[in-house]
Ligand binder design. Structure first.
Ligand code: GTP
Ligand code: SPV
Ligand code: MN
Length: 619
């Protein structure tokens, strides 16, 4: 694999989307910026440095332009509401492309386009796409600036909303320019909302509150480590440091360099005896990462602290252990369902300095969303700007409405959340939203079994991506929309990392907070009560909790999971842990069918795990 995207020179100022090959150092950065400006023709160029004064200037500008609504500072100081175009509310997976040189390297789960053909298309749509707008140059670090697991990049965007979001979500600082000046490789990302203010005839048009384009492109070139995004202003489509760089591009880097870039939260768990553990957990979008990251234990003596809520980069440290950082510096979290009873820590984090997108506006100038309080206010302006009352019969906030806030503002943030060398990982958890089959918790027998569990994660579809909510879909490692290369090769990479780690490999668990009874109600109370499961996992890591071996892994032995004070029917508890052999055999058939599309690239070890599971289920 080509791992150095900075080797082949290109002509400067050609304005063509050819990557930054050869453009190292500050001169290289300036030449690239000039080239993109030639292509997109912005009215002006502004270099961002992430200072508070700059954020203040940008939010004031956005308010003046009608793109942000300033919330009542009495309730929500320095906070804003953005309302998107109703057609631009989530990631667009069918317009997300992995443009590897070889189609097989993108694999069957990604949309692939031939890189040169895609470059030609991009050149077309980006030509003049920033006319009349300002292009912001946003240099950012993913992870502590200069850290051994960190990386730097630059986003060019014609959206001030995106620039401000980047400042909250990453470390935007001119120190990044010093690293680039010193020759450190950086990842170039280009974003345009695709709504020039000046048309081809040179006529200037009025702006709208949420500029975007019906045609969208979210394009990753894994070999040259570039991102191009067009037509959307929303979340993962536009904040390119996040899913595009930190997962799609970084996963390709990680494959080539022997580390892991994952859709995982990170927490620090401390036992009543004061022993600290660090866990990483992969759940698909809108399946509970932010909630687990901010968990408030209901059991005495345990504390859980937040390190990250969405993305983790993991690398073997000099001591042989797997160490992880949160490459981000903020949370872009799901608003609906976030309330005092479910995630009080998030509610407290959002006290001010927050940008809300697509939530409802209260008459007193504060925000509201479903689940913030039990009873909705009598009147609201909904996410589309229309009057709303509880009788309206539709949600007031969009189901994928979000908050953007700095991690440092989180009251449960761990003291080691931005540790330069990362934190040592004791356990990895995989979870999904499964109404049936998957028990509350199970431990993998070993790393290979853990990789099999990760590879077969499935979940009911949520509002975080466009499509039908509720359908079951496979989402291996919660990375289906985020893996920048062939998913089967990615499984192989995980197996290799396990070999490399040897006895230092973390323990692996599967969890499911979402199992339902026949009557459709959740069998498990979830949220803070998930601390009971966290406790069992920590005790397993420590070697002080017993388990029962089943075909799908090791389940807690009766009495070993603390259910004290929970009002759970015995039958419900039994159902939470039920391993139904027939349904699992049926699931094995589906897994075999799922593997089919990857052909011979499926690692033999995973086929062996499937065979072994079937064998044990039949026994
Ligand atoms: P992304 O930001 O899209 O990656 O999502 P996420 O994985 O961080 O999900 P998040 O924590 O925002 O939760 C999504 C939804 O699931 C919210 O509406 C939560 O209220 C709900 N949820 C989270 N944890 C639990 C739980 O333990 N039980 C139940 N029933 N719902 C939960
Ligand atoms: C997700 O969908 O997993 C998110 C939101 O965390 S976005 O940043 O839009 O990808
Ligand atoms: Mn996510």
């Amino acid at each position: 694999h080509q791992s150095d995207g900075h080797s082949a020179p290109i002509a400067r100022g050609t304005a063509a989307p050819e990557g930054i090959a050869g453009l190292t150092g500050l001169d290289g950065l300036r030449a690239w910026v000039a080239g993109i400006a030639d292509l997109t023709q912005p009215e002006s160029i502004v270099w961002c440095d992430g200072t508070p004064g700059e954020e203040d200037r940008l939010t004031k500008l956005l308010v003046a332009e009608g793109k942000l609504i300033r919330l009542n500072p009495e309730w929500r100081p320095n906070s804003f509401l953005a309302r998107t175009d109703p057609g631009d509310v989530a990631r667009v997976e069918d317009r997300t492309f992995i443009c590897s040189l070889d189609e097989q390297d993108a694999g069957p789960t990604n949309n692939w386009r031939e890189p040169e053909a895609m470059r030609a298309e991009l050149r077309d749509v980006f030509a003049g796409s920033m006319r009349g707008r300002t292009m912001y140059v946003v240099p950012f670090s993913m992870g502590p600036v200069g850290g051994p697991i960190s990386q730097v990049g630059v986003e060019l965007t014609d959206s001030a909303y995106v620039a401000v979001s980047m400042v909250k979500m990453t470390r935007v600082t001119s120190a990044v320019l010093d690293l680039i000046d010193a020759g450190q490789p950086w990842v170039p990302t280009v974003h345009s909302v695709g709504a020039p203010l000046i048309d081809d005839a040179g006529v200037r048009h009025d702006d709208v509150s949420w500029p975007c384009n019906e045609t969208k492109y979210i394009v990753q070139f894994p070999e040259t480590r570039e991102v191009w995004s067009y037509g959307s202003g929303y979340g993962g489509n536009a904040i390119l440091a996040k899913k595009a760089f930190a997962l799609r591009i970084a996963s390709a880097m990680a494959r080539d360099e022997g580390w892991l870039a994952e859709h995982m939260l990170l927490i620090k768990v401390t036992s009543p005896e004061g022993r600290a553990f660090h866990f990483a957990a992969a759940f698909p979008s809108a399946c509970g990462k932010t909630n687990l990251a901010m968990l408030r234990p209901t059991i005495p003596g345990w504390t859980v602290e937040t390190i990250g809520d969405d993305i983790a980069w993991l690398r073997q440290g000099p001591d042989g252990r797997l160490r992880a950082i949160n490459p981000e510096a903020g949370f872009f979290g799901v608003a609906p369902g976030t309330g005092e009873l479910t995630n009080k820590t998030a509610v407290e984090t959002l006290w001010g300095n927050t940008i809300f997108t697509n939530v409802a506006l209260r008459d007193d100038g504060d925000v509201w969303w479903e689940g913030l309080t039990e009873e909705p206010p009598a009147h609201l302006i909904d996410w589309e700007g229309n009057d709303w009352t509880p009788a309206s019969g539709r949600p007031a906030a969009h189901p994928n409405s979000r908050f953007t806030v700095s991690a440092a503002q989180c009251p449960s943030i761990a003291d080691d959340w931005d540790a330069f060398d990362g934190v040592p990982i004791d356990a990895i958890l995989f979870g999904g939203r499964r109404a049936t089959n998957v028990p509350l918790v199970a431990q993998a027998r070993d790393w290979k079994h853990g990789v099999f569990i990760g590879a077969t994660v499935s979940s009911e579809k949520t509002a975080a991506a466009e499509g039908t909510v509720g359908e079951l879909r496979r989402d291996p490692f919660a990375m289906l929309p985020f893996c920048g290369y062939n998913m089967a090769d990615y499984w192989g990479h995980w197996l290799e990392v396990g070999e490399q780690l040897g006895e230092n490999a973390p323990a692996v668990f599967q969890v499911n907070w979402f199992r339902k009874g026949d009557d459709g109600r959740f069998l498990w109370p979830g949220f803070g009560e998930n601390s009971r499961v966290i406790e069992w996992i920590a005790r397993r890591v420590e070697g002080t909790a017993d388990a029962v071996s089943t075909p799908i892994g090791c389940l807690p032995q009766a009495e070993q999971l603390d259910l004290d004070g929970l009002d759970l029917a015995e039958a419900d508890v039994a159902e939470l842990f039920e391993v139904d052999r027939d349904s699992w055999l049926a699931e094995c058939d589906l897994t075999e069918e799922y593997f089919e599309q990857f052909g011979t690239r499926v690692p033999a070890a995973l086929r062996a795990e499937l065979a072994s599971l079937r064998y044990q289920l039949r026994a």
